[in-house]
Write a new protein. Structure first.
Length: 294
């Protein structure tokens, strides 16, 4: 389950639907929905972001404006969506923004709010750049408190989102996309850490240094060449397997909890026969056969 599957569940068929994307960002979602035939209008407070969105989603329409004072008449959209954007609104204005979204919906329209929880490996890694604990909790709280007489609550879903990055720079690009001011924090932190590592390498130049690489920790994950240039001879990744296994378990059990089965899960499973051999089950089975026959 992901954002698009949720949108398709409520809005199918998407083709021809008039959708308001509130807090549209760079237009990635608008581009996808437009490609499926939706008539998308995106709104964001940043003019530079809107320019980028127009470039990325030429089939959609975009406007600069505030979510708490939408520049649209009543009852003109089939759907209004907040995708990871409600918590970026000033907390006192969150419920007002939700009410405005309800105002512009047609009587049969859907208000869909998708918000991140303050938990998970991505969140923990992101906290070193910006701690969104408070604003994410505010978003959840505003969503629960919000009521409007012409809207009724239809469904709540909690799902696991899995996102992978090719390297540390790809992660930084993703986490700073919504707020470029975060780049200064990242560069300051990264420079300080690299200087610290280089100092260690010079101080203990004749000692085989070990780098402890912990995904999501304060020290960025460096590649072999970078570590060698800093004077490190050995690198260990003590939590990588546990974190990967934990993410996989949460993903598949989340799917089972949501759908009642693992049948539609798209992740990779270790082949059962290979896993049995790895765990030494063949010797157990041989032992059982030998003693059951006797």
């Amino acid at each position: 389950m992901d954002t698009l599957s949720i949108l398709r569940e409520f809005l199918s068929p998407i083709e021809g639907k008039r959708i308001l994307d509130i807090g549209c960002g760079s237009g990635a979602l608008a581009a996808t929905l437009s490609a499926e035939g939706a008539k998308v209008v995106g709104i964001d407070v940043e003019e530079t972001t809107i320019k980028l969105a127009r470039h990325n989603a030429p089939l959609a329409e975009f406007r600069t404006g505030s979510a708490s004072q939408l520049p649209f008449p009543d009852q003109v959209f089939d759907a209004a969506i907040f995708v990871n954007s409600l918590h970026h609104i000033d907390p006192p204005s969150m419920e007002r923004a939700l009410s405005e979204a309800g105002r512009v919906l047609k009587p049969s329209g859907h208000l869909i709010v998708i918000e991140p929880l303050p938990e998970g490996s991505f969140f923990e890694a992101f906290r070193s750049i910006e701690d969104e604990t408070a604003v994410r909790l505010e978003g959840q709280s505003a969503n629960r408190r919000f009521t409007r007489s012409d809207l009724r609550h239809e469904k709540s879903v909690e799902f696991l989102r899995i996102e992978t990055f090719g390297d540390f720079d790809a992660f930084i690009s993703r986490t700073t996309a919504a707020d470029k001011s975060r780049l200064a924090i990242v560069e300051q932190e990264r420079k300080a850490i690299r200087q610290e590592l280089a100092k260690i390498g010079k101080t203990f130049a004749n000692v085989p240094l070990v780098a402890n690489m912990v995904e999501g920790g304060r020290t960025p994950i460096l590649d072999r060449a970078e570590l060698e240039s800093l004077g490190f001879k050995v690198a260990i990744f003590p939590t990588a397997g546990f974190l990967a296994a934990g993410a996989a378990m949460r993903s598949i059990y989340g799917e089972i909890r949501s759908s009642g089965s693992s049948k539609s899960w798209t992740g990779e499973l270790y082949p059962f026969d290979d896993f049995s051999r790895l765990m030494g089950f063949e010797r157990v089975w041989a032992f059982e056969r030998e003693h059951s026959e006797s």
